[in-house]
Design a protein around this ligand. Sequence first.
Ligand code: ATP
Ligand code: MG
Length: 278
Amino acid sequence: MANAPVFTIEGLKAQIEGKEILKGLSLEVKGGEIHAIMGPNGTGKSTLASTIMGHPKYEVTDGSISLDGEDVLEMAVDERARAGLFLAMQYPSEIAGVTNADFLRSAINARREEGSEISLIKFIRQMESKMKELEMNPEFMHRYLNEGFSGGEKKRNEILQMLMLDPRIVILDEIDSGLDIDALRIVATGVNAMRSEDRGFLIITHYQRLLDYVTPDFVHVMMQGRIVKSGGPELAQRLEKDGYDWIKEELGIVDETVGNDDEQEFQVPMNTTAPKYN
Ligand SMILES: Nc1ncnc2c1ncn2[C@@H]1O[C@H](COP(=O)(O)OP(=O)(O)OP(=O)(O)O)[C@@H](O)[C@H]1O
Ligand SMILES: [Mg+2]
């Protein structure tokens, strides 16, 4: 495929306020692939997502992130979005005074050349049709961004943004949390509809239930700020059944969270960068 993205993270280390959270993480996501990232609470999953998007709080101290060979770490936040990186946040922010439609239209136009902005009519038509797909009430178009949205409404709205922005690398951070069963199915349908050779996905989740609808090609487990185990869809199924203790035992990990100064060192036993499971 001519336009298939290659998104590569190598040996990434990042810290916040002097505390190292990501401790050497490597991962490669290519167009057409869906990678799921799982892992216990507080192991650095959202930090990874924020660091990729260039959140100013997180300071990268080592390693690299690239998209099609371009250095992502050199890009400003808006340049990353323009390059095709998209994050649906675990906790989407509310922005009073900016309507959902205004926000989305600016986001779309920010990714276009000056003079080739989307026309208002075309934009409204597109937004209406995507909202219909997601079974969203049309009134959400003119409500202030996420203000007063229920948990599930916020998540659905993140998916609306994904559909409208047509990103190349999609990161979904717990998009399934807070969704009722019908909404989960709708969101999964949206993701599956976006599945293509021109797009790669990184789906952070705690639960198999999303992966029942959106089958990942790779499943990675994060502990202590790095990927400690990778596999195929069967790995997520085992985690659902057995939890994480067996991995901790296998690797000799006592505390899987990050940020403990007294944590022990351990060796990751295998090459965890996107192994092939064909
Ligand atoms: N802004 C911050 N200030 C202080 N500590 C932080 C900050 N952001 C993240 N951390 C710490 O980094 C660690 C990893 O947090 P992160 O949100 O990445 O975990 P997570 O794997 O996404 O967990 P969860 O599954 O609960 O969402 C936690 O111990 C968290 O408290
Ligand atoms: Mg998180």
